[in-house]
Write a protein that binds this ligand. Structure first.
Ligand code: PEP
Length: 252
């Protein structure tokens, strides 16, 4: 059952996929989907297409970058600053995605510092955490998720959490077709919420949207959306397909 106090949230992470034409078609599909705004929908194209998407996408859908740096400007070749995203009227940024952590050296501290910089600049953050298959098999799922999250709890203030959507993305489920069962996802979401209640505040625990990511598609989204602590999804592969619209409407 969707919690009426937490607006359902669906993010589409296009990753490093798309062309001008393909992204035009994806945005047209979303513009024609009659999104009613009950679910907050945010799409994250590769940075080169951010302005194209920003200009073409009709509200209530919004735009996210897939990453940003900590500084406002300067000699940081290849990076985008939170201030530049704000200047381009981009509302959101994804931080801490497992692909950034595992392939591009984003440490827990770096993700926390980027989160602080993004929120200070006025962005909203989709903050990703998640354990690998080996970590789950070792029984340290929560230890890993809490370690990743703790770096952020130590870096931002209680009031900053209203600008954060937390994405639980088990690494073993990302892009593998191996979706977590609704029970597996619910269990971790509930524990993350409880942990935030202890470490930050009950207010933040009750209000934060905790979304699930990992092989969500048009078929499995509704059962997952029915879990009490699943407040939406971060969608990779399926965000490039027509079924993304069904996922955006899975809380209806
Ligand atoms: C992701 O990369 O955030 C993701 C959830 O990917 P996929 O839906 O393809 O598993």
């Amino acid at each position: 059952m969707v919690n009426p106090n937490r607006r359902f949230f669906v993010g589409g992470n296009f990753k490093m996929n798309g062309t001008v034409d393909m992204i035009t078609a994806l945005i047209e599909q979303l513009n024609n989907a009659n999104l009613d705004g009950k679910t907050e929908v945010v799409v994250a194209p590769p940075s080169i297409y951010l302005l194209q998407v920003k200009n073409a996408l009709r509200p209530p859908a919004q735009v996210a970058a897939q990453n940003c740096y900590t500084a406002d400007s300067g000699a940081y070749t290849g990076e985008i600053s939170p201030a530049q995203l704000i200047d381009a009227r981009v509302e959101w940024v994804i931080l801490g995605h497992s692909e950034r952590r595992s392939m591009f050296g984003d440490t827990d501290k770096f993700v926390a510092d980027k989160t602080r910089a993004a929120i200070s600049a006025g962005l909203k953050v989709i903050l990703c955490v998640g354990e690998t298959k080996e970590e789950r098999e070792k029984g340290i799922t929560m230890e890993i998720n809490e370690r990743q999250l703790e770096a952020v709890t130590k870096t931002i203030d209680e009031k900053d959490w209203e600008h954060v959507v937390l994405a639980y993305e088990p690494v073993w489920a990302i892009g593998t077709g191996l979706v977590a069962t609704p029970q597996q996802a619910q269990e971790v979401h509930a524990e993350l919420r409880q942990w935030l209640g202890k470490k930050v505040s009950q207010k933040v625990a009750d209000s934060i949207r905790i979304i699930y990511g990992g092989s969500v598609n048009g078929k499995n989204c509704r059962e997952l959306a029915g879990q009490p602590d699943i407040d939406g999804f971060l969608v990779g592969g399926a965000s490039l397909k027509p079924e993304f619209v069904d996922i955006c409407k899975s809380a209806d």
